[in-house]
Design a protein around this ligand. Structure first.
Ligand code: FAD
Length: 465
């Protein structure tokens, strides 16, 4: 790190981060981009490190080609990039605290900050989801894409959302046998998506690629079907699946057992809002954008002047929405530094395009959100908070005793107190509270965020620079 203060700090180097860095670079501003990953490119452009010596064939699709072009064109002489570095705190005096390479912490100041911290996976717990052999689809994709490791040779993929097809495709490409894809929504819902897809040609191509591979490999897709239970002694041996009605409620008597060694599940993504929340930015519940998101205006500026957000953190909508917002944010930041040139026309074009991305986001977040019926059918003995072993029954009891906010649940049953600091169970608990207590999501206060927002080594804290 060359400086102690930068004009602009970008947190996250996914599509939103790199798209914005490309516009901001070369304008005489000092820019630092930080990411906890080892490479720039975020979730989508993960790749196997050369050191592992695995030469995996890699054919980028249309969206990844756009991302790769951003990465290749990064003006690295004009931007300082810190990889393997986590931002763990943000303070009132335009200061952030970072942990570098898990070795030391340092604080840096900024004039303007841009959060492009992306999203993470959303979970819907079911009986047996903690058995080895049951894993999230995103985790399995990360293992395959970043380490060349196949989590299971024999797998069923299930849950809800478009990512299921991407995960099944990845498993097939890596030589796994995919028994089936279980999709909890119905096929009729997909047909309704066609009008919004017309403005998202890349999504049609992406979907066609996945479905082509799944179809040609003879993998059945079962709609209105979801997992009821995973069973196994020490590791997964079989799953119980069931048919659902159009509201997601299980139809009794339609259960089926599949003997399988791996189950990969996915229920979409939730925005990583913890750092903007800690910074004091206004956060709102918008089901149609994936849950709790950071509020931004047309400049992608949050409720705090000088704090900008772009990409999945403002609403889950795919990589091209992230590019659009990253570019819009950087043009707004240039205006702020009075380096505007001919920005106006470009920004207007981006704002028009953003409407299409938001329409698509609204459609799929509404279709694929977790439904109350799915939550009400979670058995009492199912673990909800994996760090603290808190079960559904504990939560139901606490709620019936009046602990009806995430903070109150945390103090009463310890949900969210563990190592992940509520990143895994938090969104589940917000969903649960809504369903169990009947209180709408927008009326909660979230788990509070405090530094360090991510686990940090004591040795790093001692080595403060
Ligand atoms: C596990 C997973 C797999 C996905 N796979 C696909 C896929 O196959 N196809 C698809 O279309 N979409 C996929 N997505 C959705 C994908 O995230 C978006 O389409 C796109 O990558 C969003 O770009 P972004 O820049 O907004 O966020 P991201 O690409 O997620 O980038 C955010 C970056 O911020 C960094 N970051 C977050 N917090 C911190 C912190 N505190 N300190 C330092 N760095 C931080 C992260 O390391 C990350 O690199 C996936 C999402 C996830 C979570």
């Amino acid at each position: 790190m060359k400086n102690k203060k930068y004009d602009i700090i970008i947190i996250g180097s996914g599509f939103a981060g790199i798209a914005s860095a490309n516009i901001l670079a070369g304008k005489g501003l000092s820019i630092l981009m930080i990411d906890e990953n080892f490479h720039v490119g975020g979730q989508l452009l993960r790749k196997i490190p050369q050191e592992l010596g695995i030469n995996k064939k890699y054919k980028p699709d249309y969206v990844k080609k756009i991302g790769n072009a951003f990465v290749n064109n990064l003006k690295r002489d004009d931007i300082e990039i810190l990889n393997n570095t986590s931002v763990i705190g943000i303070y009132d005096n335009n200061e952030i605290l970072i942990e570098i390479e898990k070795k030391r912490v340092a604080s840096i100041h900024y004039e303007v900050i841009l959060f492009t911290t992306g999203a993470r996976e959303r979970y819907l717990p079911f009986k047996g989801w903690t058995i080895p052999g049951v894993f999230s689809a995103g985790m399995s994709q990360v293992l395959m894409k970043s380490s060349g490791v196949l989590p299971s040779r024999d797998v069923v993929v299930g849950g809800s959302g478009l990512f299921l097809f991407s995960a099944a495709y990845e498993f097939l490409n890596n030589g796994a046998k995919v028994r089936s894809v279980l999709e909890s929504t119905g096929i009729a819902d997909k047909v309704k998506m066609l009008p919004v897809l017309l403005h998202n040609f890349s999504k049609i191509m992406e979907g066609a690629r996945y479905l082509g591979k799944i179809g040609s490999s003879g993998v059945p897709i079962r709609f209105n079907t979801r997992i009821i239970e995973a069973r196994g002694n020490g590791s997964l041996e079989e799953i119980v699946i069931g048919k659902t009605d159009r509201n997601g409620k299980l139809i009794t008597g339609k259960e089926k057992i599949i003997k399988v060694g791996g189950f990969a599940y996915s229920y979409g993504f939730v925005p990583n809002i913890e750092l903007p929340n800690l910074a004091g930015c206004k956060i709102s519940f918008k089901k149609e954008l994936g849950g709790w998101v950071v509020d931004v205006n047309e400049n992608m500026e949050t409720s705090i002047p000088g704090v900008f957000c772009a990409g999945e953190v403002t609403g889950v909508g795919g990589a091209l929405k992230s590019v659009n917002e990253g570019e819009t944010a950087s043009l707004s930041i240039l205006e702020r530094f009075e380096k505007n040139g001919s920005i106006h026309a470009k920004k207007n074009k981006l704002l028009k395009e953003r409407k299409h991305h938001l329409n698509f986001a609204k459609y799929f977040n509404t279709l694929y959100g977790i439904r109350d019926e799915e939550i009400s059918e979670i058995p009492d003995e199912t673990i909800i908070c994996r760090c603290e072993d808190v079960k559904m029954g504990d939560i139901r009891e606490a709620v019936s005793n009046g602990f009806i906010s995430p903070g109150a649940l945390k103090t009463s049953v310890r949900a969210g107190m563990g190592n992940c600091q509520g990143r895994t169970c938090g969104p589940i608990i917000y969903n649960l509270l809504g369903s169990v207590s009947g209180i709408e999501g927008k009326n909660f206060t979230l788990f509070s965020n405090r530094p360090p927002v991510k686990p940090v080594k004591i040795s790093s804290l001692i080595n403060r620079s």
